[in-house]
Design a protein. Sequence first.
Length: 356
Amino acid sequence: MDFGIALPTAADSWKVVQRAEELGFTHAWFYDTQMLSADCFVAMGAAAVNTRRIRLGTGVLVPSNRIAPVAANALATLNKLAPGRIDFGIGTGFTARRAMGFGAMKVKDMEAYIAQVHGLLRGDIVDFEMEGQKRKIRFLNPELGLIDTRDPIALHLSAYGPRTRALAARLKAGWIDFVSSVEHGAREVEAMRAVWQKAGHALGDLQATAFALGCVLQEGEPVDSERAMAQAGPRAAVMLHRAADEVLSGLRPGTTGMPNTRPELDGYVALARTFEPKDAPYLENHRGHLMFVKPAEKQFVTADLIRSTSFTATAPEIKQRVDGLRSAGFTQFTIQLVPGQEHALADWARIRKAFA
């Protein structure tokens, strides 16, 4: 089983990625969340020139935030720095769009975007629309060697619903899912495997990546310890942010793997009704999203919520959980490291070694 790290991107994320490579991690995924973290392509470029083996991926790029020719050019540029080590992770957008008050983009628009990016990377002429005008575009001088369109760039889709899973299968792409528990992950991968087989692919060809947050607890350490709150609490807080979005902004419910009627969610929604400015509550709602627990929301990030949304347990139990995901069909387990808690990489490296 492969092991990766996910990063709320920092300008100097290469330092963590370099250490992850030394510790045997196979993948590093960089969040493309422009209102919350640093630019992923700048950080990936630095990581590319400071590593030799680890794969570097957008985890995930959101099409509405980067026009297709710019994204294709950025991927091809990275590929020049780290040939054959670049992964193109893409999704319809949760964090990157909700932090600006928007819901997910349409699946058909994402599919068209992928076709444009892949077409450009193949050297094709593709149809591109901008400012209400359609034009044919292609890379004009790839033979100069300024970019790399020869070495393969793997496609991965963040796919939680049936339509995006079907698209991943149709494109024979890798599949990314954010999991809260073994039970939740097993249901998700079972659904993906069924769609994959229906598309005529062998199950052995499915690359299934489970993203998670968590904390490797010491014996006797509570699930809501200060350390666990810092490392795993941000994942629990995402459930709070999602609930507030759905109530205050009318955004469509997402797949959470947990009931939406928990008292913690109700309490947080009541707090979110006080957020300023009134016409943009999402600004405060998503501050710290997947990075830290805000002081005002900490009372709602309970031990039970952390336990049910993250991989927070002692090392033996976490190993059992990861093994459960592997048995269910996941081929990669990726743990997100929280800003200021990068030292947790050593804990997860010990988990990784159990599967070497």
